[in-house]
Design a binder for this molecule. Structure first.
Ligand SMILES: Nc1ncnc2c1ncn2[C@@H]1O[C@H](COP(=O)(O)OP(=O)(O)OP(=O)(O)O)[C@@H](O)[C@H]1O
Ligand SMILES: [Mg+2]
Length: 236
């Protein structure tokens, strides 16, 4: 299994947020305490798509069903549909299975053409039994009146310090226990997205495993210290 898929956050608590207010708002949505349409925007690799999926999963947890929490990529959706009937169908299924209200996710909503964005606006004005969670990293491409119907939530990059628990958790799951202080040391100079972080951790795990394999096959070699995650900020 791909490294990033293996360590994909399973709950909102696994996602690292720069801003505690953003985390609180997402938890409110996950627990059905907010119902206004939600628009997650911000730079690439900050956890917008994974957060949208996890909020949807949590809102539908009561259903214990698969298939009612599938999310749509806007471009792929528009290639297959020119109305929002499938959303209505998803909401109706969710409601009939016991959900409080319907919920659908559109990833990269800016990839809808302007006429399709107008249709979405008309759709959400007409049907009130569900909400839409959308993501984008091109907020300026979302039509103003459509944007206005959503609560915007800016998801930005966490600091190096904030990434520490994720590094500890992922390395621990790979059988490499490190303390938060050690994790912070490994992250010195790190800058980048959550995806870049996953790549960095994978590189570290592979280097460490190779080094351990060499040590066991060549017992007379001198022991070296653990490799550091080195900075290659800017490479993404
Ligand atoms: N804040 C985060 N906390 C934990 N993991 C993260 C975070 N951001 C990204 N990741 C990791 O990177 C992967 C990709 O994240 P995701 O697709 O949610 O980013 P995105 O913000 O939607 O990016 P894009 O703007 O490019 O669509 C996640 O599955 C996860 O493994
Ligand atoms: Mg995304």
């Amino acid at each position: 299994m791909k490294f990033d898929k293996k360590h994909r956050p399973q709950t909102l608590a696994d996602v690292v947020y720069a801003d505690a207010a953003v985390e609180q708002t997402l938890n409110d949505y996950a627990h059905n305490q907010r119902d206004k349409h939600l628009l997650l925007h911000g730079p690439r690799g900050t956890g917008k798509s994974v957060s949208a999926q996890l909020v949807l999963n949590q809102r539908m947890a009561i259903l214990g069903q698969t298939g009612l929490t599938d999310i749509w990529n806007a471009k792929a959706y528009q290639a297959a549909h020119n109305t929002f009937e499938p959303v209505l169908t998803q909401w109706n299924w969710q409601l009939s299975m016991g959900a409080n209200s319907g919920c659908s996710v559109f990833d990269e909503i800016d990839q809808f053409t302007l006429p399709m964005q107008h249709k979405l606006r008309a759709f959400i004005d007409r049907f009130e039994m569900g909400m839409v969670i959308a993501t984008t990293n091109n907020l300026h491409l979302v039509d103003g009146p459509l944007k206005d119907r959503f609560r915007p939530l800016f998801v930005e990059y966490p600091s190096v310090q904030q990434w520490v628990p994720r590094v500890v958790a992922v390395l621990g799951a790979e059988g490499i226990p490190v303390t938060p202080t050690q994790a912070l040391g490994l992250l010195q100079g790190f800058e980048g997205s959550g995806r870049t972080l996953d790549d960095w951790i994978e590189d570290y795990v592979l280097r460490l495993k190779r080094m351990m394999a060499q040590l066991t096959t060549l017992p007379s070699m001198p022991v070296q210290s653990s490799p550091q995650i080195t900075s290659n900020a800017g490479e993404q």
